[in-house]
Design a protein around this ligand. Sequence first.
Ligand code: HEC
Ligand code: HEC
Ligand code: HEC
Ligand code: HEC
Ligand code: HEC
Ligand code: HEC
Length: 432
Amino acid sequence: MKVEFNHQLTYMLESSFLAKLPLLFFSLCFSVVLNAQEPDIQKGKSLFNANCAACHKLNKRAVGPALAGVSSKYDKEWLYSWIKNSTAMVKSGDAQAVAIYEEYNGSVMTSFPQLSDEDIDNILAYTDYTPPAPAAGTQAVEVAAAPESSATNDLILAVLMLVLAALVTMLFLVNKTLRKIAAANGVEFMNKEKQSRTPLWKAYAQNPFLVFVTVIFLLLSSAYVGYSYIMQVGIDQGYMPIQPIHYSHKIHAGDNQIECKYCHSSARVSKHSGIPSLNVCMNCHMNIAEYNGEEDLEKGYTKEFYTNEIKKLYKAVGWDEQTQSYTGDTQPVKWIRIHNLPDFVYFNHAQHVSVAGIECQKCHGPVEEMEIMYQHSSLTMGWCINCHRETNVKVKDNEYYTKIHEELSKKYGVDKLTAAQMGGLECGKCHY
Ligand code: HEC
Ligand code: HEC
Ligand code: HEC
Ligand code: HEC
Ligand code: HEC
Ligand code: HEC
C-alpha cells in the first residue's frame, strides 16, 4: 500500500491532480477495505491457544482432530456454525457433523457462541498457515555480523583513548609552561607560610560550634535511616521470588489472552484469589507439551528453556508423555507466596472485584506483561485508604446499594459516594 501511495503522490504532482481526486480517494478506500478483510494470523494463534489448544493440535490427533488445513475440508459457513455450536449441528442431523461426531465416539466439542465470524477467520488463517522454511543464510550472516560490530566498538574505544591521552599531555605541557613563566617573573611556589598553619583537624576540634553541629547532624541522619528502615519492615513492594516452575503471565495472560479468572477462579466469589491447582494447567498442557512461541534470547528464554519448564509441570503431576496417562507419582509444586497482608488485616477479593468492579491490574499492575510475577503495589494501610478516598462506589446496576446510596448521599449532600464515605476508613472494617 505504501508503494502504491508514493506512486500516486508523484502522479499527483505531475498531472492535473484535482481531476484525479475522486479516483485517488476511491483507490485509497479500496486498499483500506482490503486491509481490514485480511485475516490476522497472529490474532488467530492467540485465539487458538486460548480456546482450542486444550483439545486440538495442528498436526496430530488429540481429543479432537488435527486442525491444520481444516478450512479446505468444509465450507466456511459450515465451519462458522460448527464452531459456534457443534452440539446443535449434531442434533439437527447434519450429515458431516454426525459423521465426525461418531468418529470421535461422541466426544462433545465445547461451543463458542462468543466467537465472531472474523475471529473464526483468524483462527482458520492460523490453522492454514505453514511457516516458511527457515532461510539457510540468516544464521551465518548473523554470526558474521557480530565480530564486525565488536570491531567497530574497539575502534571507537581506541580513538577515545587517544583523544584522552592527547588532552592529558596538553594539560601537562600548559602547566609546565605556566610554571616556567611564573618562575621567570619571580613568583615562589609553596612558600613557608604553610608550616606555621595549624593542621585542619586541630582547628576543627578547637571549634565547639562546629563539633556541636556535626554531632546533631549525625544523630538526626542515623535516626532518619533507622526510622525508614523500621517503616520498610513488612513492605515487600517489588518482591519477585524465583518460582519452582518458570510460569510466565506474559505468555499465558498476555500473548495467549487467557483470562485471569480461568486460573484464579475464586477471586470473584471469595476472600482469596488462590493459585490454580495443577489439574487446571493440565486442561491445556495435556496437549501443549512443547513451547513454540516467541523467545527472548538475551535473557536466555529459549524454546528449549520453556519446553523444559513444561516438563517440570509433567513431573509434578505425574504425567507420562509416552503413554499419555497419569502415573500417580506426584510432587506438589510449592509456589512461593508473593502478596501477603499481615494476619490482623481483612481483605476480600470478591468485594473489590465483583462488587466494586475493580480490574485486577489496578492493584496488581500490568500482569499480562510480567514474565516473572512481582508485587506491584505497596499493600500498606496508606495505599488501601488512599484508594478508598478516591474511588467512587459503583452504585449503578447494584441493587444492594441504591437505597443506602440515596440516604447517604442526602446525608453528605453529594451525588457520588467514595468508598471512604461508605465506611471504608473505619478501623474495624479492615482490622479484626
Ligand atoms: C473440549 C474439547 C474441544 C475444544 C475446546 C475444541 N474442540 Fe473442536 N473438536 C473437538 C472434538 C472432540 C471434535 C470431534 C467431533 C466431535 O466429537 O464433536 C472436534 C472437531 C472439530 C472440527 C472438525 C474437524 C474435522 O477435521 O472434522 C473443527 C473444525 C473444530 N473442532 C474446530 C475447533 C475450534 C476452531 C476450536 C476453538 C475455537 C475447537 N474446535 C475447540 C473437541 C474440542
Ligand atoms: C494459566 C493460569 C493463570 C492465568 C491465566 C493467570 N494466572 Fe496469575 N498465577 C498463576 C500461577 C500458577 C501463579 C503462581 C506462580 C507465580 O507467582 O508466578 C500465579 C500468581 C499470580 C499472582 C501472585 C500470587 C501471589 O503469590 O501473591 C497474582 C497477583 C496473579 N497471579 C494475578 C493474575 C492476573 C491479574 C491475571 C490476569 C491478567 C492472571 N494472574 C492470570 C496462574 C495464572
Ligand atoms: C488455557 C490453556 C492453558 C492453561 C490453563 C495453562 N497453560 Fe501453560 N501454556 C499455554 C500456552 C498456549 C502456552 C504457550 C505455548 C506456545 O506458545 O507454544 C503455554 C506455555 C507454558 C509454559 C512455557 C512458557 C512459560 O510460561 O514458561 C509453561 C512452563 C506453562 N505453560 C506452565 C503452565 C502451568 C504451570 C499452568 C497451570 C498453572 C499452565 N501452564 C496453564 C496454555 C495454557
Ligand atoms: C483492590 C485491590 C485488588 C484487586 C482489584 C485484586 N487484588 Fe489480588 N490481591 C490484593 C491484595 C491486597 C492481596 C493480598 C491478600 C492477602 O494477603 O490476604 C492479593 C492477593 C492476590 C493473590 C494471592 C493469593 C491470595 O488470594 O491471597 C492472587 C493470586 C491475586 N491476588 C489475584 C488477583 C486477580 C486474578 C484479580 C482480578 C480478578 C485480583 N487479584 C484483583 C489486592 C487486589
Ligand atoms: C483500587 C482501589 C482500592 C484499593 C487499593 C483497596 N480498596 Fe478496599 N474498597 C474499594 C472500593 C471501591 C470499595 C467499595 C466496594 C463496595 O462497593 O462495597 C472497597 C471496600 C472495602 C471494604 C468494605 C468496606 C465496607 O464499607 O464494607 C474493605 C474491608 C476493604 N475495601 C478493605 C481493603 C483493604 C484492607 C485494602 C488494602 C489491602 C483495600 N481495601 C484496598 C477500593 C479499593
Ligand atoms: C482500608 C483498610 C484499613 C483501614 C480502614 C485501617 N487500616 Fe490499619 N492497616 C491496614 C493495612 C493493610 C495494614 C498493614 C500495613 C503493612 O503491612 O504495612 C494496616 C496496619 C495497621 C497497623 C500496624 C502498623 C503498620 O503500619 O504496619 C496499625 C496500628 C493500624 N493499621 C491501625 C489502624 C487504625 C487505628 C485504623 C482506624 C483509624 C486503621 N488501622 C484503619 C488497613 C487498614
